[in-house]
Write a protein that binds this ligand. Structure first.
Ligand SMILES: [Zn+2]
Length: 82
């Protein structure tokens, strides 16, 4: 199971202070829509990375660095993890 552990730097980033949201697409500068579902727990974020599939901020299933058809980014993008 050790291969399911997130990198230490990632754990440190997500484990302590509240994570600031990334509110704009860094590529286009356009604002992302506000999340419509609750922010996932850290363990879910780690699963997103290792399963290569993530929830978008409206609950759609997207690639970890993807944006759904409704314009919502994955939580990993929203939280600046990747
Ligand atoms: Zn969507």
């Amino acid at each position: 199971m050790s291969n399911l552990q997130p990198p230490a730097s990632l754990a440190a980033d997500l484990g302590d202070a509240p994570v600031l949201h990334v509110a704009h697409d860094p590529d286009t500068g356009l604002p992302w829509p506000d999340p419509t579902v609750p922010e996932p727990e850290f363990v879910s974020l780690a699963q997103f990375i290792f399963e290569a599939a993530a929830d978008a901020t409206d609950g759609c299933l997207v690639e970890p660095d993807g944006i759904c058809r409704h314009g919502h980014p994955s939580w990993l993008l929203r939280l600046g993890v990747i």
